[in-house]
Design a protein around this ligand. Sequence first.
Ligand code: PMP
Length: 407
Amino acid sequence: MNAPASLLTRKADFPGLVAAEGQPWHYLDTAATAQKPQAVIDAMSNALGRDYATVHRGVYSRSAEMTQAYEAARRRVAEFIGARSENEIVFVRGATEGINLVAQSWGGLNLKAGDRIMLSQLEHHSNIVPWQMIAQQTGAEIDVCPLTEDHLIDLGALEQMLTPQHKIVALAHVSNVLGSILGVKRAAKLAHNVGAKLLLDGCQAAPRMRLNMQELDCDFYVLSAHKLYGPTGIGVLWAREELLDTMPPYQGGGAMIDSVTFEKTTYAPPPQRFEAGTPMITEAVAMHAAIDYVDALNLESLFAHESGLATTLRNELRTINSIRLFGPEKSAGIVSFEMEGVHPHDLGTILDEENVAIRAGHHCAQPLMTHLGVPATARASFGLYSDESDIDALLRGIERTKRIFGQ
Ligand code: PMP
């Protein structure tokens, strides 16, 4: 499987992909966080140095320029994910904060005792715990949609389970553990048929798939910039303006108000209503650079590249007796497995000695681990810079592990 030339040359853009003494570092943990291209590092560095100033309040030219750059980032995100307007883009600290915002603001307003929240068995803790918190506060209850045998969210079961009591369905677009891809259009139809809203956790989809909010037909979408080759500390909540407009603020403070007296405060319209305090100025500018970088690569070929690497790795791992694979055959560049007799942490440590970085653990998805019947998995996840040399290095490390464990 050959990667398009535009992708193969990309390793050199990522200064982080080098281990000690100039050796290649086989980074297979992109699902946790992506390495950053030099263009993003430069954008962040310029925003923190040469161009630095606050936004929105300054009357001096540097601040006006920074405000323009910050708002240009919002427009760029809107364009990138096919939003109708930049007013649909709320900058948050990351996907986690985006989901908490929706749970507290929308959920606080719309959920009551007797209502139900639908999640799935494969959700990340950040798409479980915020719902548990608002369920406790409102008396709403949570249901869990099961998985199919090949570890996709079971939309047949979802159809059976959904009732008019369900007010929100919150699902991962792509699973961070298994790479399973949700059938979004059907999920949206099923949720809307019973009058529920659909929230999609797009953390793993945004770096791998072309998104179009108007076509996806969901109601809320969240993503984190650090998984999209951008900086930590910033992410996006998308929702239609009409929906955001119905929602009360999540946090109070500067920048989210219209006017303040001790008697009464009125709030700014969205998205400012949800961006209390000095925002992530430099992060927004660097996220803009990350989107420019990824968009220039063509997301369709990027998806084919990463899912092709996942298929290659799955086929190789299948030939090793002691390995058990999880997840569907067609995965969005994420492969989870366990090695009989070897704890994933031991495997991870041995691989680290070979400059191979995989993830070992529950991946913030403990209910999924329970379902799989394991405490942890080993996970290799690919990024746009991954190639077959990374798979070869992983397989060499697994062979060495087998020898160490006498297999
Ligand atoms: N959802 C999924 C599917 C994820 O992979 C992650 C990050 N591992 C999150 C949510 C949380 O993202 P963040 O920590 O950036 O808020």
